[in-house]
Design a protein around this ligand. Sequence first.
Ligand code: FES
Ligand SMILES: [Fe+2]
Length: 349
Amino acid sequence: MYLQNAWYVAGWSSEFAAGPVGRVLLDEPIVFYRGQNGVLAALEDRCCHRAMPLSHGQVIGDGLRCEYHGLVFDAGGRCIDIPNQTAIPAETCIRAYPVEERDDLVWIWMGDPQRAARDEIVRYPYHGTWPYKCKSERLPCNYLLVSDNLLDQTHAAYVHKSTLASGIDKEARTEIEVKPTPDGVRFTRWMLNCIPPALYANAVRFKGRVDRWQEFEYVAPSCILQFTGALDVGLGAYEQGKRDGGFGLRIFYGITPETEHTCWFFWSTANGYRQNDPAATDELFQSIDDAFKEDDLVLEAQYATMRRLGDRPLVNINSDVARIHARRALERKIAAERGIARESVVTLP
Ligand code: FES
Ligand SMILES: [Fe+2]
């Protein structure tokens, strides 16, 4: 069960610079193309004549031509030309999806176009103000496993031993604040008086131990905003909310279902500590990419086991609290859209 009336990330604006690009989102094949006017359009990736995918087509002016028998469609999905035929029957049209480019991202509305409220798109101004790098990946798991993984950062100690983990540290103290929101959940995980992880220590010269924060906001159905960093102990990161002068990075995540069993994972890393140093931005991206490969192995193995043994129960532990709030928010939205009780919404266990 997907939430239909919602904005999902379809990719990065930079991915749709040239000709048509086909992408399956929420089980629907969609073709994106940019007309000569520069406006990005999203259409059903299926010609209404003989079902040829329009992602094999060609951009003609502001329209898209099917490269089978030459029908041309405009950005609204209307056929505007049939070769050797003057009359164009009204039913010669395909579905068009509302799309919006914001903060270097492409957002698509998958539900009723009349209800597409552009002011509901999650804003992310850091793509305009912090140097960043981004990536699009396809992952072999249900999309909810990706947000589950991000919302329980206790996995870092085991999955990211060589990248993000702080290491075994008896003097460190951990605190978690979790706040449910109408659209999801916000949480901050503090690791106070801890040894900085290798990634941080390589990027910034710390005096010794640090106070480290991980702030996450999940916005249902599939967007997560992360702000992570550390300051030397005593500089007031925890006590006074100070964030500048140490290590800081922001990660944007758009997690969009492709099918029930696969998803798109769009993410960016923005450099908040050496902003005039392009090499630092590159290194940061590379380090996080290496860490995410560690996550990918877990997600693939976990999902394969879930599919094989999906009827066996799973248990929740304390660290699931943010993940559970996130699921509830999504289930509330799906239930409201379908007019059913939240308990009747079926998502991944
Ligand atoms: S299938 Fe597209 S024009 Fe025939
Ligand atoms: Fe991870």
